[in-house]
Design a protein around this ligand. Structure first.
Ligand SMILES: [Zn+2]
Length: 523
């Protein structure tokens, strides 16, 4: 409802809103990693992601994260500084990680115990999280772990807010985009995804549901977007393209009588499945080696998400891996295809150790090494991968690099999402300023404006999207953007209720103001 305030000639009105909506951008808004965002809808707060920035920790060789205090990790910029939530009025009702990557779940074992709220996530993410929490030695996480699958909805608090999971496709299985439905519109948290209609495992991205949410009465109030790859033209290819590429490479090695070793992300179950199947196709026994390789694949198999060929072997701990390597050397490298960790050249990972000749497996002249991953563009990884590749080459290995597709949208994917959702407000995330700039350009071309409805934020900032009473200018957004009112994309009544917000709606949050909403001080 709206009430005329002052003279009509000034063309300003006061609009009454049933619920205040704010978004706290806590982590991941200045660099990739340690994602964390909180949405306040009335008295209820939902936290999306609590991630770790692993590279901030890896530069210190002597650090064991599981034993570290959260405050020390905050000082290292390794986990989000959630003390900013002290300044937000309301109760945290749920902690919602979007998928099982560490930059989204890695801080849950350090921060979740401070909140009297369940962790709500998809089944695979929950199982990965349980392993994370088990290896934590400093804090005890006693939050309830609640499984919810894509397509399902739950109530949040007592003011009619609902949380929905929409299926998306990413480089890990069981990824979702959570949507918070409020009386003022939906807040769509869009980290991380690509538009994939032919994923190797699971369902295609649910674009139709995103369009339905836009057509819903209140439409989309805000969209928090993962800006990765916004500077790259075109669209990100499907995982099935990476699978075809991998098949071409591995089948070209049929009949080769030397060693073949492959590496990829241990959590990338679709890619691991492809590697395993093609190893069998060329008559080799696939063998997953390393703790994380075994862990992720075992979880996926136990949940019935993937079915591996019976030839597959898995070995996790160091002595079992060494035994397996000795057996391979004894029986002949041409009978096996080890799939190992180390695609970023991480110093303690298996392939890096193989390159340093620290395992019983001998890399010999002409042996083939497949990197089914791209270097994550970040100095620690770039240096590690460079060193690892050089050592492998020095031993005579032939390298097949970058057999991979990204898990993140490129420019046309971002455009497609903006069109599907037509959000009132856009908040770019998951990048440094340089990465965000490419996305800002794209959004500006669609009629958004920085400081008005395109919010370039920083860590520890609050964006006020809806206030109780709001003075508004009378100019509908949608006539300029994505066609006119007459294109049938939105009912006129909805259009009329949408107005440009006033600028200056951001404020810095204070880290030390008062105790956290429904938790205790950092302990
Ligand atoms: Zn991810």
């Amino acid at each position: 409802m709206s009430i005329l305030a002052g003279a009509r000639r000034r063309l300003s009105v006061l609009e009454w809103h049933t619920m205040e909506i704010e978004i706290a951008t806590i982590g991941g808004y200045e660099a990739v990693g340690r994602q964390m965002t909180a949405v306040r809808a009335g008295k209820d707060i939902v936290v999306f992601d609590m991630g770790l920035n692993l590279s901030q920790v890896l530069i210190h060789d002597d650090i064991e994260i599981s034993q570290m205090h959260s405050l020390d990790l905050i000082d290292l910029d390794a986990i989000p500084d959630d003390r900013v939530l002290n300044g937000v009025e309301g109760d945290v009702q749920a902690i919602v990680p979007t998928h099982g990557h560490l930059d989204h779940i890695g801080a849950i074992s350090k921060l979740a115990h401070r909140y009297d709220a369940p962790v709500v996530a998809t089944p695979f993410t929950i199982e990965v999280l349980k392993k994370e929490v088990q290896s934590e030695s400093r804090f005890t996480v006693e939050n309830q772990f609640q499984k919810m699958s894509a397509g399902e909805t739950m109530s949040i608090g007592s003011e009619g807010v609902k949380l929905e999971f929409v299926n998306v496709t990413h480089s890990i299985i069981d990824a979702i985009n959570p949507v918070l439905h409020t009386p003022e519109g939906a807040v769509v948290y869009g980290l991380d995804k690509r538009v994939d209609h032919t994923p190797v495992i699971g369902d295609p991205i649910d674009m139709e549901r995103f369009r339905e949410i836009r057509r819903h009465d209140a439409g989309v109030l805000a969209y928090v977007e993962d800006c990765t790859n916004a500077s790259e033209t075109g669209r990100t290819p499907s995982e099935s393209v990476a699978r075809d590429h991998l098949r071409d490479v591995i089948l070209s090695m049929k009949g080769f009588d030397g060693g073949i070793v492959a590496t990829t992300f241990s959590s990338h179950i679709a890619r691991v499945k492809s590697l395993v199947e093609f190893a069998v196709e060329i008559g080799r026994t696939p063998i997953l080696l390393g703790r994380s390789m075994k862990q992720y694949s075992e979880i996926a198999e136990r949940l019935g998400i993937v079915e591996f060929p019976r030839e597959l072997q898995m070995h996790g701990n160091r002595s079992a891996v060494d035994q397996a390597f000795k057996r391979i050397m004894r029986e002949g490298k041409d009978g096996y295809l080890p799939i190992v960790t180390g695609h970023q050249g991480e110093s303690r990972a298996m392939l890096t150790r193989m390159g340093r000749d620290e395992t019983p497996y001998r890399i010999e002249d002409g042996d083939k090494v497949i990197f089914s991953a791209r270097v994550i563009p970040e100095p620690t990884n770039e240096a590690g991968r460079y060193r690892s590749e050089k050592r492998l080459r020095m031993q005579g290995a032939r390298l097949y690099a970058d057999i991979h597709v990204s898990g993140h949208l490129r420019r046309e994917g971002h455009y497609e999402m903006l069109r599907a959702l037509q959000p009132q407000h856009v908040i770019p995330a998951h990048q440094n300023l340089e990465g965000i700039a490419a996305y800002v350009e794209l959004a500006e071309n669609q009629g958004y404006q920085v400081g008005r409805d395109l919010h370039v934020s920083q860590n520890g900032t609050m964006i006020q999207l809806v206030e109780r009473w709001r003075k508004i200018r009378q100019k509908p957004v949608w006539s300029r953007r994505f066609g006119s009112a007459g294109n049938g994309s939105m009912p006129l009544s909805t259009m009329n209720s949408r107005w440009l917000t006033l600028s200056g709606c951001m404020r810095r949050l204070d880290t030390f103001s008062k105790p956290v909403a429904n938790g205790s001080a950092h302990q």
